[in-house]
Design a protein. Sequence first.
Length: 436
Amino acid sequence: MEKQNELKRTLGPIMLWGLGVGYVISGMYFGWNLGLAEGGTLGLAVATFFIIIMYLTFTFSYTELACAIPKAGGAFDYAMRALGKKWGFLGGMAQNIEFIFAPPAIAFAIGAYLNILFPSLPIMVTAIGAYFIFTALNIYGVEAAATFELAITIIAVFGLLLFAGTALPEFEWANLEKNALPNGWKGAFAALPFAIWFFLAIEGVANVAEETVNPQRNILIGFGSAILTLVVLCLLTFCASIGVGGWENIVYPAPGAAASDSPLPLAMAKTVGEAHWLYKTVTFIGLFGLVASFHGIILAAGRASFEFGRVGYAPAFLGKVHPKFRTPANALIFNMLIGIIALFTGKTGEIITIACFGALSLYIISMVSLLVLRKKEPELERPFKVPMYPVFPIVALVIACVAFVAITVYNPMLAVIYFGILAVTYVWFLFKVTPS
């Protein structure tokens, strides 16, 4: 019976790099620019600086956990082992919220980018269609899904390099200084969710540990190379986009217009014009970046929900694998339905922020789990140990805590929604679930 609910090991380090970069790369193509409306260039830059430090220290700390406990549940499995079932449940729910709420925001952006190229295509129809297509691909098999992810991630990275190569010759430092701090330093705190969006879901690599060949070696290589690639791409995209005309030009298509989900095309329009082939090429390749993250996070979300169901912390049907493809088909379909419901709100910024609440909760609980496991289980085999322990996990923990408080203060209603989801599910867990 146990064998029937085991996942198949097929992934190597190159595939893991593709997944790690792919999960995140859409954050370079959209979403982050909404933070400019909150903090301006300087406010978002300061927020991003601290978030980069958080992700670098977090990633290497999380790698220790992923190598020592290579299971599909990721943070859920680490928290349950270190802190017990109740904290394990909360860590797992935070992870599920992050991974289930990030894709609808990306799906909406896919519709927006495609609408630029084909104005007759309704954004919502494209977004829902994307859900069906990529859920089906993930059900078909992880090796096929990861191979596809690697291919489109490489194209998406090329697109960012092409964009930077086109925009940087037009870069002017004065554009970074235009209205650089419109809302004062409080704007830097308000911009934090959008700085997080640059890197959100990188930890999804850990959720395919159970499907990785030699996870103790390959997760370190895949995880480490992915975060370094993303830091470089983040800095290039930030400077190249804003440097061509100031931050307002990549947030608002026109004065008084609503904020845009497609900042790179706005920057390209400023440099080469909308009729130029480079404008259309970067916009088209931008779709690959969005699809890479959308598809990749769907993959990670399926594994997280699957593990929840497999151990009895969610309805048991979520913990079943497809009899033919050996993939978590039920969990993938369930997550798709929740994502489509979220899509109909049409509120990209709010969906991103709820995903960030989940991510930060996951980071906090994971870093506490790491510190506890070092004391509680010193004999646990750790093929990789985080450098500069305990500095790295403590730095990641402190920045994540500050960021969590900040986005709670600046988004009180969204915080109520997030804590409400946690509270309702936790009560259900306490009274209805009998863990196996």
